[in-house]
Design a protein around this ligand. Structure first.
Ligand SMILES: [Ca+2]
Ligand SMILES: [Ca+2]
Length: 303
């Protein structure tokens, strides 16, 4: 019996450091979206746990930085832990209220903030969103600086963001690297993590939103055609309709992210970092079968 007790005691000693160093920060921002269903205040940030026991979330912060990083707005101090833990599990923080987010997505958020107030939202076209806290367990929020990206577990910088980024790798967390040129504010697609290399530019893609709460329920904001280069009107195909929208944009008749030009990110099919008649021509050529339609897009950002 005593041998078993000793073995168990040894096991506890072996396991203790691992659990003590990993109660919330072996996680990443999995998804980020603002402007779902055409409502700028409907926003969410989804966290994905990458290991067990990452549910000690109470006291962590969600903070949005503006385009040059000169302002950092704390959107939410997470009020409690989440009940469920395990690798691959998620939880979400959403705006503007539980009822409105439930109505828009079909699922209940785990936590909410009110993004309708000025400065209380995730910027649509340029910025950075950080979540987390320093330390082994989240310390008192008043004890640490919310404007320093290095204090967080994960940061996602996007668009032409020029402010400070996360370079720290404390407790095994990832740096943010180069901002992704993609943006979370298109209204139909979310900024979705596809890898965890520590470089936002390669770790994120636009995809149909799949906000998933801590109970494992996944929501949606109506029908969503998968992301496709050249499909600037988001109807799932690249055809003459897209060419027309781009031609109209080129002469100033269309605005980015205003229907039908809902996905300007997929305009630059010829890779010259601009969206103009040259792209419309290629889309038209693809529509009539002169060239293939499997384009590769350079992200094009309307400012
Ligand atoms: Ca289309
Ligand atoms: Ca182009």
């Amino acid at each position: 019996m005593s041998r078993i007790v000793r073995a168990l005691a040894g096991l506890v000693v072996l396991l203790a450091p691992a659990s003590a160093h990993a109660v919330f920060h072996v996680s990443h921002i999995g998804e980020l979206m603002t402007g779902a269903r055409g409502d700028p205040s409907i926003q969410y940030v989804e966290i994905r746990m990458d290991a067990a026991s990452q549910n000690v979330t109470g006291g962590t912060r969600l903070t949005a930085f503006n385009c040059d990083g000169s302002t950092a707005s704390v959107l939410l101090v997470v009020p409690s832990n989440v009940p469920n833990q395990g690798p691959g599990l998620h939880w979400i923080m959403a705006s503007p209220s539980a009822a409105i987010f439930l109505g828009a997505s079909g699922i209940a958020p785990d936590f909410i903030w009110n993004g309708t107030a000025a400065g209380a939202g995730i910027p649509a076209s340029c910025g950075m969103v950080c979540w987390g806290a320093p330390g082994i367990v989240p310390p008192s929020p008043s004890s640490w600086n919310a404007t320093d990206p290095n204090n967080y577990v994960d940061c996602v910088a996007y668009g032409p963001y020029t402010g400070p980024r996360k370079v720290s790798q404390h407790d095994g967390t990832s740096p943010s690297g180069t901002p992704t040129p993609l943006t979370p504010g298109g209204g139909s697609l979310s900024l979705t993590r596809v890898s965890t290399t520590g470089n936002n530019a390669t770790d994120f893609a636009l995809a149909c939103p799949t906000p998933t709460n801590n109970a494992g329920a996944t929501g949606a904001f109506g029908s969503c055609a998968p992301a496709r280069c050249g499909d600037v009107n988001g109807d799932g195909v690249v055809d003459i309709g897209d060419a027309l929208v781009v031609a109209q944009f080129d002469v100033g008749l269309r605005q980015c992210h205003s229907a039908p030009f809902t996905r300007p990110e997929f305009c630059d099919v010829n890779g010259d970092s601009a969206c103009n008649i040259g792209d419309a021509l290629r889309m038209a050529q693809c529509a009539v079968g002169l060239i293939g339609c499997n384009f590769t897009c350079q992200p094009f950002i309307c400012r």
